[in-house]
Design a protein around this ligand. Structure first.
Ligand SMILES: [Zn+2]
Length: 103
């Protein structure tokens, strides 16, 4: 007797393809996880700006630097950025502020 694949679709219908020898799934469903893993290798991770919600304008004016500090604080409070990274970004903002003051 021919065994059928044990995969059920979202409409609750069962896959009607024959199961591969020694497995419970048809070829398509047996290899589905491999296809997902291959596809995920090519998916780009979100950019830091997309992940944290911080979008710095060029840090060439006190207003842009203040806006950057506000965005950084908001991201830190919302836990979109960890404390160590926030500390490094804040240090960069301090350097930018000192350079803007000198010019
Ligand atoms: Zn199947």
């Amino acid at each position: 007797m021919l065994a059928l694949c044990v995969h059920y679709f979202s409409n609750r219908e069962r896959c009607q393809s024959p199961a591969c020898k020694g497995t419970r799934f048809c070829y398509w469903h047996r290899t589905a996880l491999d296809r997902v893993a291959r596809r995920d290798k090519f998916v780009q991770p979100p950019s830091p700006a997309a992940r944290t919600g911080i979008h710095f304008a060029p840090l060439t004016s006190p207003e842009n630097i203040r806006d950057g500090v506000e965005q950084l604080n908001a991201a830190l409070l919302a836990k979109r950025i960890d404390e160590k990274r926030a500390s490094l970004v804040l240090h960069g903002l301090q350097i930018a502020a000192s350079l803007v003051r000198r010019s």
